[in-house]
Design a protein around this ligand. Structure first.
Ligand code: 6U4
Ligand code: NA
Ligand code: NA
Length: 159
Protein backbone atom coordinates (compact mmCIF):
# COMPACT_ATOMS: atom_id res chain seq x y z
CA UNK A 1 0.00 0.00 0.00
CA UNK A 2 1.06 3.56 -0.65
CA UNK A 3 2.59 5.56 2.19
CA UNK A 4 0.34 8.32 3.59
CA UNK A 5 1.20 11.39 5.61
CA UNK A 6 -1.45 12.84 7.96
CA UNK A 7 -2.63 16.44 7.74
CA UNK A 8 -5.50 18.55 9.07
CA UNK A 9 -7.56 21.26 7.42
CA UNK A 10 -9.99 23.30 9.53
CA UNK A 11 -12.52 25.98 8.62
CA UNK A 12 -13.82 28.34 11.32
CA UNK A 13 -17.47 29.17 10.55
CA UNK A 14 -19.25 32.27 11.79
CA UNK A 15 -22.79 30.87 11.67
CA UNK A 16 -24.39 34.20 12.58
CA UNK A 17 -23.04 35.97 9.53
CA UNK A 18 -22.63 32.99 7.16
CA UNK A 19 -18.91 33.56 6.93
CA UNK A 20 -15.88 31.28 6.87
CA UNK A 21 -12.36 32.31 7.79
CA UNK A 22 -9.78 31.50 5.14
CA UNK A 23 -6.09 32.29 5.19
CA UNK A 24 -3.82 33.38 2.36
CA UNK A 25 -0.84 31.04 2.73
CA UNK A 26 2.28 33.18 2.82
CA UNK A 27 4.94 30.48 2.54
CA UNK A 28 5.63 26.81 1.85
CA UNK A 29 3.20 24.28 0.44
CA UNK A 30 0.22 25.97 -1.25
CA UNK A 31 1.83 29.42 -1.09
CA UNK A 32 -0.42 32.23 -2.39
CA UNK A 33 -3.53 30.07 -2.17
CA UNK A 34 -6.50 30.75 0.08
CA UNK A 35 -7.39 27.78 2.25
CA UNK A 36 -8.56 26.67 5.66
CA UNK A 37 -5.91 26.30 8.37
CA UNK A 38 -3.94 23.17 9.08
CA UNK A 39 -0.80 21.16 8.72
CA UNK A 40 0.96 17.98 9.67
CA UNK A 41 -0.38 15.96 12.58
CA UNK A 42 2.30 15.53 15.27
CA UNK A 43 3.22 12.18 16.82
CA UNK A 44 1.73 12.94 20.25
CA UNK A 45 -1.70 14.26 19.22
CA UNK A 46 -5.01 13.16 17.70
CA UNK A 47 -6.06 14.61 14.35
CA UNK A 48 -8.71 16.76 16.12
CA UNK A 49 -6.04 18.09 18.51
CA UNK A 50 -3.78 18.77 15.53
CA UNK A 51 -6.57 20.74 13.84
CA UNK A 52 -7.13 22.85 16.97
CA UNK A 53 -3.41 23.46 17.43
CA UNK A 54 -2.88 24.51 13.80
CA UNK A 55 -5.89 26.84 13.95
CA UNK A 56 -4.38 28.61 16.98
CA UNK A 57 -0.89 28.78 15.49
CA UNK A 58 -1.99 30.05 12.10
CA UNK A 59 -5.08 32.22 12.75
CA UNK A 60 -5.13 33.35 16.38
CA UNK A 61 -8.54 31.69 16.92
CA UNK A 62 -8.89 28.81 19.37
CA UNK A 63 -11.77 26.35 19.19
CA UNK A 64 -13.80 26.20 22.40
CA UNK A 65 -15.24 22.80 21.43
CA UNK A 66 -13.84 19.69 19.79
CA UNK A 67 -13.67 20.44 16.04
CA UNK A 68 -16.37 18.70 13.95
CA UNK A 69 -15.20 16.13 11.42
CA UNK A 70 -16.55 16.78 7.97
CA UNK A 71 -14.48 14.77 5.53
CA UNK A 72 -11.38 12.95 4.43
CA UNK A 73 -9.31 13.90 1.39
CA UNK A 74 -6.51 11.90 -0.22
CA UNK A 75 -4.16 13.67 -2.59
CA UNK A 76 -1.74 11.91 -4.90
CA UNK A 77 0.88 13.91 -6.74
CA UNK A 78 2.64 12.68 -9.84
CA UNK A 79 6.19 11.50 -8.93
CA UNK A 80 5.52 11.71 -5.17
CA UNK A 81 5.41 8.30 -3.46
CA UNK A 82 3.77 9.72 -0.30
CA UNK A 83 0.04 10.52 -0.45
CA UNK A 84 -1.44 13.36 1.64
CA UNK A 85 -4.25 12.20 3.92
CA UNK A 86 -6.10 15.36 4.94
CA UNK A 87 -8.71 15.27 7.73
CA UNK A 88 -11.17 18.12 7.21
CA UNK A 89 -12.93 19.83 10.14
CA UNK A 90 -15.10 22.81 10.84
CA UNK A 91 -15.51 24.70 14.10
CA UNK A 92 -18.47 26.97 14.90
CA UNK A 93 -17.28 27.80 18.38
CA UNK A 94 -14.01 29.62 18.97
CA UNK A 95 -12.41 32.38 21.00
CA UNK A 96 -10.16 35.22 19.92
CA UNK A 97 -9.85 37.42 16.87
CA UNK A 98 -8.20 36.55 13.55
CA UNK A 99 -4.56 37.61 13.51
CA UNK A 100 -2.08 37.58 10.69
CA UNK A 101 0.77 35.14 11.36
CA UNK A 102 4.04 34.25 9.59
CA UNK A 103 2.15 31.57 7.68
CA UNK A 104 -1.33 32.97 7.00
CA UNK A 105 -3.18 36.21 6.31
CA UNK A 106 -6.77 35.55 7.50
CA UNK A 107 -9.88 36.98 5.84
CA UNK A 108 -13.63 36.26 6.19
CA UNK A 109 -15.63 35.11 3.15
CA UNK A 110 -19.33 34.51 2.61
CA UNK A 111 -19.84 30.72 2.64
CA UNK A 112 -21.84 30.94 -0.63
CA UNK A 113 -19.23 33.08 -2.41
CA UNK A 114 -16.04 31.15 -2.00
CA UNK A 115 -12.96 32.52 -3.83
CA UNK A 116 -12.36 29.21 -5.59
CA UNK A 117 -10.19 30.83 -8.26
CA UNK A 118 -7.61 31.41 -5.48
CA UNK A 119 -8.03 28.00 -3.82
CA UNK A 120 -6.86 24.45 -4.53
CA UNK A 121 -8.46 22.98 -7.68
CA UNK A 122 -10.27 20.24 -5.73
CA UNK A 123 -12.05 22.60 -3.32
CA UNK A 124 -15.16 23.47 -5.42
CA UNK A 125 -15.91 19.74 -5.74
CA UNK A 126 -16.19 18.99 -2.01
CA UNK A 127 -17.12 22.36 -0.45
CA UNK A 128 -20.87 21.74 -1.07
CA UNK A 129 -20.66 18.67 1.20
CA UNK A 130 -19.27 20.87 3.99
CA UNK A 131 -22.15 23.31 3.58
CA UNK A 132 -24.70 20.48 3.55
CA UNK A 133 -23.16 18.86 6.65
CA UNK A 134 -22.56 15.61 4.75
CA UNK A 135 -19.51 13.52 5.56
CA UNK A 136 -17.41 12.91 2.46
CA UNK A 137 -14.37 11.04 1.21
CA UNK A 138 -12.50 12.27 -1.84
CA UNK A 139 -9.41 11.18 -3.75
CA UNK A 140 -7.69 13.48 -6.21
CA UNK A 141 -4.73 12.75 -8.45
CA UNK A 142 -2.68 15.82 -9.35
CA UNK A 143 -0.05 16.39 -12.00
CA UNK A 144 3.32 17.63 -10.75
CA UNK A 145 2.12 21.18 -11.58
CA UNK A 146 -0.21 20.80 -8.51
CA UNK A 147 -3.00 22.43 -10.53
CA UNK A 148 -4.18 19.79 -13.00
CA UNK A 149 -6.40 17.02 -11.66
CA UNK A 150 -6.14 13.91 -13.83
CA UNK A 151 -8.59 11.72 -11.91
CA UNK A 152 -10.97 12.10 -9.00
CA UNK A 153 -13.37 10.14 -6.82
CA UNK A 154 -15.74 11.79 -4.38
CA UNK A 155 -18.63 10.38 -2.37
CA UNK A 156 -20.78 11.03 0.64
CA UNK A 157 -20.22 8.54 3.45
CA UNK A 158 -22.28 7.50 6.47
CA UNK A 159 -25.90 8.52 6.91
P1 6U4 B 1 5.21 23.42 8.14
O1 6U4 B 1 5.51 24.64 7.29
O2 6U4 B 1 6.11 22.26 7.85
O3 6U4 B 1 4.98 23.73 9.59
P2 6U4 B 1 2.52 22.50 8.22
O4 6U4 B 1 1.77 23.70 8.69
O5 6U4 B 1 2.70 21.37 9.18
O6 6U4 B 1 3.83 22.93 7.54
P3 6U4 B 1 1.34 22.52 5.63
O7 6U4 B 1 0.88 23.92 5.82
O8 6U4 B 1 2.37 22.25 4.58
O9 6U4 B 1 1.78 21.86 6.97
O10 6U4 B 1 0.06 21.60 5.36
C1 6U4 B 1 -0.58 21.62 4.14
C2 6U4 B 1 -1.98 22.16 4.31
O11 6U4 B 1 -2.55 22.26 3.02
C3 6U4 B 1 -2.90 21.25 5.11
O12 6U4 B 1 -3.82 22.06 5.84
C4 6U4 B 1 -3.67 20.49 4.02
C5 6U4 B 1 -3.76 21.52 2.95
N1 6U4 B 1 -3.86 20.97 1.59
C6 6U4 B 1 -2.91 20.26 0.94
N2 6U4 B 1 -3.32 19.92 -0.29
C7 6U4 B 1 -4.56 20.43 -0.43
C8 6U4 B 1 -5.53 20.42 -1.47
N3 6U4 B 1 -5.30 19.80 -2.63
N4 6U4 B 1 -6.70 21.04 -1.23
C9 6U4 B 1 -6.95 21.67 -0.05
N5 6U4 B 1 -6.06 21.71 0.96
C10 6U4 B 1 -4.90 21.10 0.77
O13 6U4 B 1 -8.05 22.23 0.09
NA1 NA C 1 0.00 24.79 7.69
NA1 NA D 1 1.58 24.89 10.63
Amino acid sequence: AMKHRLYTLIFPMDIYRNRVLLGMKKRGFGQNKLNGFGGKVEADESVAQGASRELCEESGLSPTEEPEKCGLLLFYFENDPVAMEVHVFITRSFAGQPQETDEMRPEWFDIREMPFEHMWADDPSWWPYVLDGKLFVGRFWFKADMVTITRQELAQVGS
